[in-house]
Design a protein around this ligand. Structure first.
Ligand code: G4P
Length: 527
């Protein structure tokens, strides 16, 4: 193992901030960048959420695509650490994008609105984190507004997110009476000085029992704080870093992102406890970040905004070794060597060409259609990284060609969009019709729009009422054949040619499961 790889790996922190829309993800991201000196004024990071309008506005989608490439990865340095924040789309119709981004991070910060508590999207994203045993930290935001009692919030986090929690800061009052947070982790008191542009100063307090605390926050609040802290110590076990790293316990911070309050406490603790790049499972073996040989995988493909140039950026997460510009690497699926003259790294909102990158880093590779989501790059080894599952879609439509002269363009366009991970494509083996499955209505509109604007192909959607598409397999060949025969009208193949059962109702699915015990039904593509 080379020393430089060990050193560079140990200072890398690659994570995503996830939240329900409006909880404060964009604001928190911006404040973290302010601390890193990557930006200098608030308001520089644009929210990439598509505002919920009655009809989707194409300009909004196009803008979203433009903005999200700039803010897909935001790198900055802080206290000697190299931090990469991976952005996730705000709109729930892009949940699948978010799931895939979560495969490229080593930890996660969840933002929760103090008044709203745990909301639907947070719950779903947490399920993915749990599946992957990703360490999570929770930031309870908007303490400058009246919210719920902090103990109630902790209870809700435990119940709704199915994870133990451990507060590491504690709020002193909230809303108009919000005075600050006590830093349990570092035993200090941070007083609230609302400021949207600058960073709050910290008042050091060694002991919570000192009269200084009464003087600073008043006797009543000081007494309440001492009482709360006693309760915390009694109820929640000591913070255990190993349990956090194993994804079993989530440290909780309180603050106000908008007022830059409680953010530094979060960041200081984050760099200290959050994991550096972790080993990654490949089909063949476990890959350790400190290994000399370069390996990485494509977790996101971003199409170019300019329809006249069909080029994309493939986002590669480096899993091990050192990546270098103009060095030949093996594109494992295609079995060919490729070198990259202009790989880009993402510092704050700027894209720069880089000569080298390290485990945990994300490089953007300009591409003209060579890459698919999930592709592996290596120094020569035959490796296939796991962990980029497709989830069973929730909405389905038949794809029909609306312009017979453009059949080829449609074929090419849909195949590339599917490789980009925009949606999933199934072919019904009974009637040969193509079925597109998505997690949200918006994707159908995006596909139709992009097919027309980027490929000159017109498509039409025809309604299809399906409950779920699930991947099936069995050790019993005969049982599998019998199932496929019985359900022949409802069988399809996915883009890799795997068998998929199209269940039109929950009842049908349950009946199929009980009638065919030898068949395994999977709701993600990786099993
Ligand atoms: P998101 O990315 O999670 O969707 O949330 P975002 O940061 O865009 O924040 C959503 C709204 O909540 C914004 O207001 C933002 O200013 C506000 N906000 C974020 N953090 C805090 C906080 O600590 N306290 C309070 N009181 N508000 C906070 P907006 O009116 O929707 O947008 P804007 O016009 O202010 O940008």
């Amino acid at each position: 193992m080379a020393d430089d790889i060990i050193r560079e790996t140990s200072v890398r922190r690659t994570f995503a901030i996830i939240s329900h829309p409006d909880a404060g993800k964009t604001t928190l991201t911006e404040k973290l960048l302010l601390f890193g000196g990557a930006i200098h004024v608030a308001g520089a990071v644009k929210s990439n959420k598509i505002k919920k309008t009655a009809t989707s506005d194409w300009m909004d989608i196009e803008k979203q695509r433009g903005i999200s490439v700039a803010t897909s990865v935001m790198g900055f340095n802080y206290k000697g650490y190299a931090i990469n924040i991976l952005d996730t789309p705000g709109h729930q119709d892009f949940a699948e994008d978010t799931f895939r981004t979560l495969t490229a991070v080593d930890s996660v910060i969840i933002v929760v609105d103090a008044a709203k508590g745990v909301e639907t999207q947070t719950r779903r994203l947490m399920e993915v984190c749990r599946m992957r045993m990703t360490p999570v930290i929770v930031f309870v935001n908007k303490m400058d507004r009246e919210g719920r009692d902090p103990f109630d919030i902790l209870d809700e986090l435990e119940q709704e997110l199915h994870i133990s929690v451990r507060p590491l800061t504690w709020p002193i009052n909230m809303g108009a009476r919000f005075k600050g947070v006590y830093n349990i982790y570092e035993h200090g008191l941070d007083l609230f000085t609302p400021s949207k542009q600058t960073v709050s100063e910290r008042v050091e307090i060694a002991d919570v029992n000192s009269p200084e605390v009464d003087r600073l926050i008043g006797e009543a609040d000081a007494a309440k704080l001492r009482e709360d802290l006693e309760l915390i110590e009694g109820v929640y076990p000591e913070f255990d870093k190993e349990k956090y790293l194993a994804g079993e316990v989530a440290p909780v911070f309180f603050g106000s992102a908008l007022n830059t309050f409680g953010v530094k406490e979060l960041l200081d603790c984050f760099v200290e406890i959050a994991p550096s790049p972790r080993p990654v499972e490949a089909v063949e073996r476990t890959v350790y970040p400190q290994e000399e040989g370069f390996t990485g995988f494509v977790f996101k493909i971003h199409a170019n905004m300019d329809p006249n140039h069909r080029s994309c950026i493939a986002f590669v997460k480096i899993c091990s070794g050192k990546f270098e510009r103009n060095v030949n690497y093996l594109h494992v699926r295609q079995g060919k060597m490729m070198r990259f003259a202009a790989p880009t790294a993402f510092m704050a909102q700027k894209k720069n060409v880089v000569d080298e990158a390290w485990p945990g880093d994300i490089v953007g590779l300009p591409d003209t259609g060579n890459f698919k989501i999930g592709d592996t790059l290596t120094g020569g080894e035959q490796l296939h990284f796991k962990g980029l599952p497709s989830f069973s879609p929730e909405m389905f439509k038949y794809l029909e060609n609306a312009d017979p002269m453009k059949a080829k363009q449609l074929e090419k366009g849909i195949s590339q969009l599917i490789d980009e991970g925009v949606a999933q494509l199934f072919t019904n083996t009974f009637n040969g019709r193509k079925i597109v499955g998505t997690v949200g209505q918006l994707q159908f509109e995006v596909i139709q729009y992009r097919l027309l604007h980027e490929y000159g192909a017109s498509c039409r959607w025809e309604p299809l009422s399906l409950y779920k598409a699930c991947w099936i397999e069995s050790d019993d060949e005969a049982a599998l054949e019998a199932f496929k025969k019985r359900k022949h009208q409802f069988m399809a193949i996915d883009k890799e040619g795997r068998d998929v059962f199209l269940a039109d109702s929950n009842y049908v699915l349950q009946m199929a499961q009980s009638d065919f015990p030898a068949i395994r039904f999977h709701f993600t593509s990786e099993f």
